[in-house]
Write a protein of this length. Structure first.
Length: 154
């Protein structure tokens, strides 16, 4: 099995961000109060992250298509995308989440798995893409902090 191209890794990141936006929008429709507000903000952030990755591809598409990620990294990257939360979201499914606390717990898992994915692919992309990923990692960490804060106050 051949490794991924850099372009494919950035495309995966776009899929992850779009899936997160969809999850947060759907969850915001079910939630109330501060949870509804936070989930709406997180949805907007995920949309913006997807747009940032799309711009990265548009600006430097040929740079992102050079080189193939080492074949030995492929199973590891696939296992990250295949983890419980990311797999559900990328496939367009999620478990039945009835309560705000269940939604927040799932959201926390999504953010943590997204961070792990970004840290893992960062070493395989161009320096321009790594800079973008670093900025998004910073924002994803803030998402974790905000979700945990809301959980603690509920």
């Amino acid at each position: 099995m051949p490794g991924y191209t850099r372009f494919e890794l950035v495309e995966m990141a776009i899929q992850v961000e779009r899936a997160g936006e969809k999850f947060y929008r759907g969850s915001a429709a079910k939630a109330k109060g501060a949870a509804k507000d936070l989930l709406g903000v997180l949805a907007a952030d995920e949309r913006r992250h997807a747009e940032i990755f799309l711009q990265l591809l548009a600006k430097g598409a040929k740079d992102e298509t050079k080189g193939i990620i080492p074949e030995e990294a492929t199973p590891y990257i696939e296992s990250l995308v295949g983890t419980s939360v990311l797999k559900h979201l990328v496939e367009g499914s999620s478990p039945s989440l009835e309560t705000t606390m269940q939604i927040l717990e799932f959201a926390l898992g999504f953010e943590k798995e997204t961070l792990l994915f970004y840290y893992s692919i960062r070493e395989y992309v161009t320096s321009a893409a790594a800079t973008v990923i670093d900025r998004i990692i910073f924002e994803e960490k803030d998402h974790v902090r905000r979700i945990r804060s809301l959980q603690a106050s509920a």
